[in-house]
Ligand binder design. Structure first.
Ligand code: SF4
Ligand code: SF4
Length: 364
């Protein structure tokens, strides 16, 4: 690859990471990875350009069919939670891409994080294609394809430092541009301090926030006020600057920790405002298909093979993403509050978490 094209790729990666809130669609359709034949695996992903390029890279050395389904140019987890990558898009892609003529089998492997929005059972009913949910991390796909078995590590969202820094860039870059842009017009001496304040807070929030325990909101407030006061001094002080120093941390903190669509290292992709809901299980309905075990991004379930039942072994890890509830064919899983109020599986299946949209669900 020439230096110029390397530079072009780097710039595209950077922009698509930093401004990921904006859709970056790539062409949907069927792609051949390596030299696939009629028995090669069929993988499906959304049409977020960054994902498709990274996935193609991660699959080097693998022969497979890659079906790129229209997801509004949004990444898989957010698109699935927000209704942009749903059963409909998957069935349409399977029926219109010509993949049925390319392979003899009828099994499609979806990213595990698509499980909040794509109903495996409905895909089968409508297309006769069986859905398997592959690993969370695309880099584990070659090992998964080798054994067709997901290890515990493959099922869990890990959020390593590299991903956390990407999230910091994703929230920090647009926030910095807006705030510093405003400052340039109104009080130019504030542009640089604000950029530093937001960059520091973005990194702090996404690398440490969820690891600080109960006191984290107070610690975040403390750090942001300290940074803000330092920025005030740097900007030369003054009454306006002091007022801004008090107002800016609350505003930036709100922007950075707001619970947007999908899930982040700092917040779960909660389906509801109230945080008392926990995952509940009716064991009598369970027949041990283990779909919940396959799709839970926090590995909350263990398999009791002897009794063909699942065990909710780590409910304290639950981020209320809803994937297990959506996929359970027996409706054995649901959300329950301490006063026994319930959110039924059908409600969770219909609920879509759109950015700044309605976030309440009906309960009974
Ligand atoms: S809870 Fe539902 S998805 Fe999980 S093993 Fe039981 S029947 Fe299967
Ligand atoms: S147990 Fe919680 S984290 Fe796991 S899939 Fe279900 S809702 Fe999501």
């Amino acid at each position: 690859m020439s230096l110029q094209s390397q530079l072009g790729t780097f710039t595209r990666e950077f922009l698509q990471t930093a401004f990921r809130l904006v859709p970056w669609p790539t062409e949907a359709g069927l792609r051949a990875i390596g030299q696939p034949d009629e028995s090669s695996p069929v993988l499906l992903t959304g049409n977020f350009d960054l994902t498709v390029r990274r996935l193609t890279h991660a699959l080097e050395g693998v022969d497979a069919w890659l079906l790129v389904a229209p997801s509004g140019g949004i990444n898989v987890w957010c698109a699935s939670s927000g209704g942009h990558l749903s059963t409909h898009q998957v069935v349409t892609a399977l029926k219109t891409s010509g993949i049925a003529d390319k392979v003899q089998h009828r099994q499609v492997i979806l990213p595990q994080l698509a499980a909040t929005g794509v109903l495996a059972l409905d895909v089968f009913r409508r297309s006769r294609w069986k859905v398997r949910f592959g690993p969370v991390d695309m880099h584990d796909i070659p090992a998964y394809l080798d054994k067709r078995e997901k290890t515990d590590a493959m099922r869990r969202v890990r959020f390593p430092l590299s991903e956390r820094l990407q999230m910091a860039l994703m929230w920090g870059a647009p926030t910095t541009l807006i705030m510093s842009g405003l400052a340039l017009g109104l009080a130019p001496t504030w542009a640089l301090p604000l950029a530093v304040l937001i960059a520091a807070m973005s990194v702090f929030v996404f690398t440490l926030y969820d690891r600080l325990g109960e006191a984290r909101r107070w610690m975040l407030l403390g750090v942001s006020i300290a940074l803000s006061l330092a920025a005030t001094l740097f900007a030369g002080g003054g009454t306006g600057a002091l007022v801004a120093a008090v107002a800016a941390p609350a505003f930036v903190t709100g922007l950075l920790t707001f619970d947007y669509a999908g899930s982040t290292p700092t917040e779960g992709g909660s389906h509801f405002e109230e945080r008392e809901w926990h995952i509940a299980f009716d064991e009598s309905l369970c027949d041990g298909i283990f779909r919940c075990w396959e799709v839970c991004p926090e590995a909350c379930f263990d398999r009791d093979e002897a009794n063909r039942k699942v065990v909710v072994a780590h409910d304290d890890r639950c981020i209320r993403c809803g994937a297990c509830v959506v996929q359970c064919p027996k409706d054995a899983l649901f959300f329950e509050a301490h006063d026994s109020a319930r959110i039924e599986p059908d409600v969770i299946r219909k609920f879509k978490l759109n950015l700044l949209g309605a976030r309440k669900v009906e309960t009974r």
